[in-house]
Design a protein around this ligand. Sequence first.
Ligand code: NAD
Ligand code: IPM
Ligand code: MN
Length: 355
Amino acid sequence: MAKKIVVIPGDGIGKEITDSAVEVLKKAAEKYSLELEYEYKDAGGTAYDKFGTPLPEDTLEACKAADGVLFGAVGGDKWDNVEPSLRPEKAILGLRKGLGLYANLRPVKVADSLTEYSPLKPELVKGVDLVIVRELVGGIYFGDKCESEEFNGTERAWDLENYSIPEVERIAKLAFETARLRRGKVTSVDKANVLATSRLWRRTVAEVAKDYDDVELNNLYVDNTAMQLAVRPTQFDVIVTGNLFGDILSDEAAVIGGSIGMMPSASIGECTSLYEPIHGSAPDIAGKGIANPIGTILSAAMLLRYSLQEEAAAKAIEDAVDAALAEGWRTADLWHEGFKKANTEDMTRAVLAHI
Ligand code: NAD
Ligand code: IPM
Ligand code: MN
């Protein structure tokens, strides 16, 4: 029976990059005789414009019934002034919550052919192979918030950060399991010198660690981690951290790989898994056809691997991306003199040629 993939282009460059990734999926499906069906759904600002809500019920229901979800990006200046509960970003937050996607895996690797051109020194990034395991449905993102209240004769707003032991336990277990399949090292990142939630995080991770004698655990503060990622990124194997720290550190870590446009992610949990690049809707380049589609293409490869157990097809896509880069194709975000200039379509074609 055909496997169903819900595709949610979203806003900005979302359509350009999901179109590219679906083309690549179709080619891989043909080569590996996979039966895949695609169902397109609205979310984000475009859904708000059409239906008055960023996450139509029908989109969430279709995701629940699918074998995997491929998500582009949502958001844009156009919707900056809509009521906070109806902002485009509520679509992705609602999908994460609605599908129980408590873990977001953000791998960071440097393609051999990009090492020399990383914004960081080649000798620092050579061999980087880390994964950020970001808690995705808790913390300050989902705590109570107040947009505006009167306080001591002035106005204030607040966001509450909270984490419970079970929430930390499940993400910590997943991080240790992940490390077991890799190089056996977990770095738990927090701000336990200041935050109560971080102290609970740290002691819960230490408890979970007792079941994983074979995995090394160390703790780092988030501010130091931000620096360590820039000065010695090869020290990391699995980084496990909360929702907000994981968001920020993964954009930083993207620099190691050359561009945020390269970075894929998998969000897994209680229901259908969702795959999306880590970047946003890039309003500054939307509609120009120049976005780097690789983060989304590699997210599609992760979908094949984790949701459909199609390892060979997933690997073929990853190898094709490496081959296209090795051939010298570069989108604008990766551009260096002497390489072949690629727009989204060129890069897609270059990847397709190697599948
Ligand atoms: P962004 O990631 O969209 O863009 C940051 C910079 O990176 C921009 O200069 C952009 O052009 C560049 N960039 C991003 N993706 C690229 C790609 N594939 N190829 C080439 N260049 C790329 O972050 P932002 O500008 O802070 O946010 C823009 C909008 O996206 C906001 O509304 C934000 O809320 C939203 N956002 C959505 C998601 C998501 O849907 N998961 C993630 C992050 C941000
Ligand atoms: C991401 C994005 C989202 C986040 C926004 C759009 C809600 O930045 O996926 O990294 O903060 O999680
Ligand atoms: Mn982010």
